[in-house]
Design a protein around this ligand. Structure first.
Ligand code: NAD
Length: 501
């Protein structure tokens, strides 16, 4: 006879109307990816629960819209203080459920914080326009008004930064939010809801609703929710974009990526190798701006691969809480099997596995794979054509700059790209030629600072508005144009002609 000891798992609750609410139905597992053990369960919302949360958000939003901009700004200043002072605590929540190293998680928190800092000047970002005397005695002004209730649906790989990309501006602009974080690492979103509340945000303005497809579909169909911001994989982004748009919602849906880094023959190869290894294997390659393909131009490939290989041999893979680890595990066992599959298939497709991450020897049940380097990769191979989202760096050899640009421009993804060169003319030409949304010149992960906006092209973004920064104030507001005249009561205003100046 076996004795089963039941341990009660902590449940990650929803936060709606300022209340923590436990599951009344389905729950999902939350793992520590470094041990492979389930550490918690998360409530999974039903469609009815989502609709109820949307109603609560709508009821709360009216008063938030009426709240003066100065008061809203104060919330942002206090939030900045809370997150800065407790960044380590938040980073450790990320590491516990995502697996990335604590320093990497701290970097994520810092980049998320930029969005809060940007919104501390929300009064400036919400300014309108005014044109005096557009016709005799007629003035025109434009104001920005909130949309109402908006939904933010986020991926697992940045459980703090991506929610902050969205909810901060949405709230600053006077909206109420339903945040649906990834069900794989949901606790950071609850921490953020608490932090906003502590900063003085009224209950019901930031609601966290956990869930899977059922919750997302309910969001897409709910008539109260007027706009949807999404970040995740391309097939889901396309689905979200289509269904939300069909329901008349404003939508921005950011998808996957395949980021190329060109190394020109004149580049500083040591600096380029440092960049490729940092950007290829940081966060175990689970970044939408990770470098996935190095495009080696001319005859530098062998020397470059040698330099990259040396650096890979020095990387330490382990628990993200271990200060000696450079790289943590993948998010789930499924992700591990998927990424392993790309390395398994590479040789059969004609590529050369130079460093094989499958050989990594780590004890325990964690979702670990070591860094892999695959040479002679070309379009038509699965390892090239698909987004891997793991620590697998490919090298594609081309003979010229033109061939490199043609390769990148033919790719269906267009999130980020970079060129490494010492030649200003090549760099300028690259910036001009390349059909990608975010470009680095000797910078491997060109994520724009908070004062700009973030977004790729092609299948990396469905919709036309980039995220955070100035463009997000456009996304989260509706512009209203008012034409004003104070006529002289003694003059007749009767005229059936179309008004002109
Ligand atoms: P994902 O698409 O699996 O999930 C994203 C969100 O969609 C989650 O909240 C999830 O619950 C929900 N979802 C998943 N399947 C769904 C379905 N069938 N119907 C409705 N909703 C569903 O993405 P992920 O694995 O969490 O994140 C990794 C992906 O996100 C990668 O493709 C990465 O490139 C992308 N990403 C893109 C950016 C960007 O800025 N372009 C940033 C970060 C991540």
């Amino acid at each position: 006879m076996t004795t089963v000891t039941e341990t009660k798992l902590t449940q990650v609750p929803h936060v709606v109307g300022g209340e923590r609410i436990l599951a009344d139905g389905r729950v999902g597992p939350v793992f520590n990816p470094a041990t492979g053990q389930q550490i918690a369960e998360v409530a999974l919302a039903s469609a009815d629960f989502v609709h109820e949360a949307a109603r609560a958000a709508r009821d709360a939003q009216k008063a938030w819209r009426d709240t003066g901009l100065g008061k809203r700004q104060q919330v942002m200043f206090r939030l900045r203080q809370i997150i800065s002072e407790r960044a380590e605590e938040l980073a450790r929540i990320i590491t516990g459920e995502h697996g990335k190293t604590v320093p990497d998680a701290l970097g994520e928190v810092a980049r998320g914080l930029e969005n809060v800092e940007f919104c501390t000047s929300l009064m400036h970002h919400l300014k309108g326009d005014y044109s005096e005397q557009v016709a005799g005695g007629v003035d025109v002004h434009q104001v920005r008004q909130p949309i109402g209730v908006v939904a933010c649906i986020t991926p697992f790989n940045f459980p703090v930064m991506v929610p902050l990309w969205m909810v901060t501006t949405a709230i600053a602009a006077g909206n109420a939010v339903i945040l649906k974080p990834s069900e794989r690492d949901p606790s950071a979103a609850v921490w953020l809801a608490d932090a906003f509340a502590e900063a003085g945000l009224p209950a019901g303005i930031l609601n966290v609703v956990h869930g899977d497809k059922e919750a997302v579909d309910a969001i897409l169909d709910d008539p109260i929710i007027r706009a949807v911001s999404f970040v995740g994989s391309t097939p889901i982004a396309k689905y979200i974009y289509t269904r939300a748009a069909e329901n008349g919602k404003r939508v921005q849906a950011l998808g996957g990526a395949k980021n190329h880094m060109i190394v020109m023959p004149d580049a500083d190869l040591d600096a380029a190798a440092d960049a490729a290894v940092s950007a290829g294997y940081g966060s175990a390659g689970e970044r939408c701006m990770a470098v996935s393909v190095v495009v080696a131009v001319g005859d530098i490939a062998d020397e470059f691969i040698e330099k990259v290989t040396q650096r890979i041999r020095g990387l330490r893979v382990g628990d993200g809480f271990d200060p000696d680890s450079d790289m943590g595990p993948l998010i789930t066992r499924d992700a591990l099997e998927r990424v392993t599959g790309f390395v398994d298939g590479a040789s059969g497709e004609g590529a050369t596995v130079v460093v094989d991450g499958r050989e990594l020897d780590v004890s325990g049940e964690g979702f670990f794979i070591g860094p892999s380097l695959v040479d002679n990769v070309a379009p038509g191979m699965r390892v090239y054509d698909e987004e891997i989202f793991g620590p697998v760096l490919s090298v594609t050899r081309v003979s010229s700059y033109d061939e490199a640009v043609e390769l990148i421009n033919a790719n269906r993804f267009a999130n980020g790209t970079a060129v490494f060169t010492r030649d200003g003319k090549t760099a300028r030409q690259f910036e001009y030629d390349i059909e990608v949304g975010m470009v680095g010149i000797n910078v491997p992960i060109p994520v724009p600072i908070g004062a700009y906006s973030f977004g790729g092209w092609k299948e990396s973004l469905f919709g036309d508005t980039h995220m955070y920064g100035p463009e997000s104030f456009n996304f989260y507001t509706r512009r209203k144009v008012v034409t004003t005249r104070w006529p002289d009561p003694s003059e007749s205003q009767l005229s059936l002609g179309f008004p002109t100046h």
